[in-house]
Each structure stands twice: as structure tokens, then as C-alpha cells.
Ligand binder design. Sequence first.
Ligand code: ADP
Length: 477
Amino acid sequence: MTIHQNLIAGEWVGSDAVKNINPSNTNDVVGEYARASADDAKNAIAAAKAAFPAWSRSGILERHAILRKTADEIMARKDELGRLLSREEGKTLAEGIGETVRAGQIFDFFAGEALRLAGETIPSVRPNIGIEITREGVGVVGIITPWNFPIAIPAWKIAPALCYGNTVVFKPAELVPGCSWAIVDILHRAGLPKGVLNLVMGKGSVVGQAMLDSPDVQAITFTGSTGTGKRVAAASIEHNRKFQLEMGGKNPFVVLDDADLTVAVEAAANSAFFSTGQRCTASSRLIVTEGIHDRFVAAMTERLKGIVVDDALKAGTHIGPVVDESQLKQDTDYIEIGKQEGARLAFGGDLLKRDNPGFYLQPALFTEATNQMRISREEIFGPVASVIRVKDYDEALAVANDTSFGLSSGIATTSLKHATHFKRNAEAGMVMVNLPTAGVDFHVPFGGRKGSSYGPREQGKYASEFYTTVKTAYTLA
Ligand code: ADP
């Protein structure tokens, strides 16, 4: 098997490789991927630092062309890359292809943004002085990504970083190097000068830590767990660097008595269980008012009976496997915790056997849960959700906001009054009305509040806040 190597200073390097395993079939090796060392990370940072002066002053047409070419190749190869994604991460083929298309759209969007860079001119309060406000690239940007969106998250960090003139050291999650390698290969062949984008695949504690410890990394954008996010924050403050964190969620989905039951069940099932519940925007707290509670639980249980959990690549699969053994253990541990805490397991939660050996878990729905239970407070990151019964809208809103997280939130209602009030008062970065808590557009801001996020929003034109630094220049006329 050929080794997919790291890209450092424009050269493919590395011979110490690890196997990328398919969670739908642990006998299937997706590929071998080189494992970078801390020294590799240092070399990558040095290469990015050396490449920054020229790239930050490169023409906008050059940046546009490279990003555009990348978008075109990703789109042209969407079926192949989508299949690779599903094979290494375990989301269904339809979701894998959909995510790949989204990555293409993100590169397309930032190809356009490269042509729209602009500043402001403002008169000084002093006569005969003009002021220009411009944005410049920050420098070397460290990009650290998680495993749950193997192509979309790398795309939504790499595309704006390059668009605004930064150079990049990119460390993908160990479990899913395949899609990351593929987009770096595409960008490299699209004509990026050497050192502008460096790929260092490997352990967070080694390669990621080397990035955190380097004074030459001017900004770090991170998506992952709360624990690692805190390390990124502490190390970044030490080095006086910019940082942006997207971490966990415990997203509420409120169902009111006046909801359209079909809409509510479809949105709740999608929010809680699609993509195996492995989305930071997934909902794991279904907060349901008492007038609709029993009908909702009955309809949800029926809906879950129809969900097919199987090999991600198989036609007819609705939900693929859990990503790996340790995540599966975390999910089943929380199912036990929920039972011990006194919640009632109304559906699922069993390990499933399929044709191939994989990490198959039946979606689990708890009822009679309270918002104080650990299953309602801690992020599980699997196909496990709880129904919390509440009296009315006011209690639903209070419970929805009673969490240390604040990424996404949703409500199912036909009341304009309640929808409007919820949009205004939900303590979350994103609010969905009659829609799943997950599933966001690529051209608008993404991000949360409280313990979920730190720093400026990602995606859309709001991404420029993080990937640029503002300069104010005064000139005597
Ligand atoms: P998850 O539970 O989603 O895997 P992690 O926070 O462990 O969340 O991982 C997210 C990313 O952070 C991965 O790319 C991982 O390798 C990286 N990472 C883990 N530990 C560190 C660390 N000490 N320093 C920098 N990056 C790290």
C-alpha cells in the first residue's frame, strides 16, 4: 500500500505510517497515512513562516484561481471523495457526498471573496488627513480539526485562511486523514507556492501540541473537545496569539403543544440521530411540553423503528456506525449512566451485529429524564437523546437555556409568538424554527456562545474577522 505522506515546504515526506480503518468494517484498511513528529511540525511552521511575506502580498487573482480550481476538482470528484469520507468516518454515502459538495461550495465562496477584498476610507477629525482601514493576513495559522466532518471543517478553515493571505499548518484528526490528505493534494496541484499550506498528520499530543507551543504560529483555529480547547486557549494566551474555538454542545430541541407532530418528529429524529449523533449541532435534549409529550414519544419511537443502522456504504442505510471503539464505549457508558440516574430507556441502545465487523449502535431514546441528569448536561456525541417533560413554553425555554453550552437550539411550534420569542431568547449562536438543530448553510456565520465557542464566527464573510488583522493608516494630504 502506498503511504500518503505529509506535505512540508512543498515536499511530500514521511515513512512512519498508520492505518486508516473503516468503522463500518474494521477489516477494511482505507489507506496508510504518514505520522508526523514534533520536528515535522516545527519544519512545517518554519516553512509557513518563510512563505508568509510573499503569499500575504500575492495577487488576488492568483488566490482566486487556486481556490476556484480546488472547488472545481472537489465538485468533479464528489462521488469518489464522498465515498472516501463515508469509508473513513462512517456517515452514510449520501451524507459523505453532501459534505464533499459543501466543501467544494466553501472553496468556491472564498474564491469569490478573494476578489472582493476591500477597505474603508474615512476622513480624519483633523483637516487634510485621510484614514485608510485595511485588512491583512495574520501570519501562520494553525488549523486543528476533529473527525466528525472530515472534509467540510478542513475546507471551512483552510479556504478563508488562504483567501485572506495567511499561510497554514494543518493537523487533521488522527481517525480521518484521508479527506484531509485529498484536499491538500488538490490545493498543492492547483498551484499553491511551497510552504503556503503544510499538512502534518499525527497525534494531537505530539503534532498539535508542537503547534500550540510555537511562538511562530500567530493564530490557531480549533474544533474539537472542550478539554483540548482549553489547552489551545491557555497556550495561545501565553503566546499572545489569536485563537478561535468550536467545542461541544448539548443542544436543546423544544417541542410545544401546538407543534405539527410530523414536522417535530422529523426534525427531532434528524437532530438527535442522523450522522450517528456525531455532530456538534446534534440535539440530545428533546424538551417537550406535557400536552404533546405522550404523542411525541409514541411517534418518535415508531420513527426510530424504521431507521436502518448498517454499513455506511450500503444502499438503504440511514445511520452508519459509531466512529471507533472508544467513542462506542463512551456512548454505551452514558446509556448505563442514564439508566442508573433513573431515566427510562424507551427505545434502542443495543449493540448491533451486521455482516461486517463494525461499531454499530442502535439509536437510544430516553424518556422521564430531568435536565439535572448527567445525560442532559454532558456531551455524549453519539446516537443517544433524552426527552425532558416540561409544563409550558416558559419552562421549556428555561430548561433549554439551563446548560453550560450554547451552539445550536431548535423549536417546533406553529405559534409565531413563541417562535419569535425563542429566536430572541435562546442562548445559542444558532436557532432553528421547525428545522433540525443541525444542518447549516456554508455562506453564513457558524458558531456558538457560552462553553461551546470562543472567538469570532466561522464561515461566510464573517470568517474575515478571525483570518485578518485590521490596519488603520493615516496620511497627510
Ligand atoms: P475529539 O474528542 O473530537 O477527538 P479532541 O479535542 O481530542 O476531540 O481532538 C480534536 C483535535 O485536537 C484532533 O485533531 C486532535 O488530534 C487534536 N488534539 C488533541 N490533543 C491535542 C493537544 N494536546 N494539542 C493540540 N491538539 C490536540
